[in-house]
Design a protein around this ligand. Structure first.
Ligand code: TZP
Ligand code: MG
Length: 339
């Protein structure tokens, strides 16, 4: 019967986490909608067991709930943001644990309720504004060691950070999993220390292992819905090349889309076809989620891209092949300010 005790402990854990979040939104942020949604969620969690025979196991394990709450380290959280973050994590882990326990017990319908609650908690976390608003930046840096003039990806990332780039994607097609993992681990540290958003291309497992901020997928990678199941509330970006793909990306819950290739490029092998600037213009007028223009963008054509609705510009060769990345970024930014 230990599985019932596990469920009970997690009901407490989830309810406590939700209560903390509810109080923060009510008393500190004064966000009554958020507070109401969290309260409703807490009531569903409590109620879903009050009419069930599982309740009979509750009294016998109150002691467990108490010891969990006492061992919580939430009091040590330095600031509000990490308090909110830690409590959402606690809620989501608890919901997942209940969901899996219910499956083992054969309560599949109830397990689905908990799966839905977990997804709802991702949405609420997003609404809490915890995810970095990465599109609020102009340049999206991407690594590619083969074009980096002999510098390593780590060195290039250091330069990008020095240049003030606020979002960096690790993209490396020629290396082994272990090499990629080791580089991502180091880049995660650099980006975390400097408050830069870190996205990993292709390798969902590496992104999760190094605790990146996000994952970037292509049309031939794992479907977003599947990645969402394992990556939770991480940022998920998807490359798109036409209107249909952009609409589908939004439907499937992408957090941002790549739009391109805008111009011809030799950086990417087997590059897709796209209507480039025309497609970008359509996205800028019709898509509500953040988008990043990519493909052949240079200092020499970036103004044109901006005129077609570009706001955030991803560049590989123009940046990594520049001998002075700091100067290059400075110069591009100066140019962007002219229109
Ligand atoms: N996706 C579409 S085009 C492209 C990717 C990854 C390559 C962009 O590289 P560059 O050097 O900025 O043209
Ligand atoms: Mg890919």
């Amino acid at each position: 019967m230990n599985i019932y005790r596990m469920i009970d402990a997690n009901i407490n854990r989830v309810s406590e986490g939700l209560r903390v979040l509810e109080d923060i939104s009510r008393f500190i942020l004064e966000d009554s909608d958020m507070s109401r949604s969290l309260k409703e969620m807490r009531h569903i969690v409590r109620k879903s067991f009050s009419d069930s025979k599982l309740i009979t196991f509750r009294d016998s394990c109150n002691d467990l709930g108490l010891s969990i709450s006492q061992s919580s380290t939430i009091d040590n959280k330095e600031d509000l943001l990490s308090l909110v973050e830690a409590n959402f994590k606690r809620v989501q882990e608890g919901l997942r644990s209940i969901e899996e326990s219910l499956k083992v017990l054969g309560h599949y319908d109830k397990s689905k309720v908990y799966e839905r609650l977990r997804y709802e908690s991702y949405d609420l976390e997003k609404k809490f504004g915890l995810k970095k608003d990465f599109i609020d930046t102009d340049i999206y840096g991407i690594t590619a060691e083969e074009f980096s003039l002999g510098r390593t990806n780590i060195q290039v990332v250091e330069e990008m950070i020095k240049a003030g780039i606020k979002i960096i994607q690790y993209r490396e097609k020629e290396k082994s999993k272990l090499e990629k993992y080791n580089e991502c681990k180091a880049i995660r540290k650099l980006t975390k220390d400097s408050g830069v958003t870190f996205i990993v291309n292709d390798d969902v497992d590496i992104a999760i292992a190094v605790e990146a901020d996000g994952i970037h997928l292509g049309q031939d990678d794992m479907p977003i819905e599947e990645v969402r199941k394992i990556a939770g509330n991480m940022i998920i970006g998807l490359s798109t090349h036409n209107i249909k793909q952009a609409k589908t990306a939004v439907e499937k819950g992408a957090d941002y889309i790549g739009v391109g290739p805008i111009f011809n490029t030799t950086t990417k092998k087997n590059v897709e076809k796209s209507e480039g600037l025309k497609y970008l213009k359509w996205v800028s007028e019709n898509i509500q989620i953040p988008y990043v223009a990519i493909g052949g963008i240079k200092e020499s054509n970036i103004i044109e891209v901006k005129k077609y609705g570009g706001k955030c510009f991803a560049m590989i060769s123009e940046i990594v092949s520049s001998p002075d990345i700091v100067k290059k970024v400075e110069s591009i930014r100066k140019l962007l300010k002219t229109i």
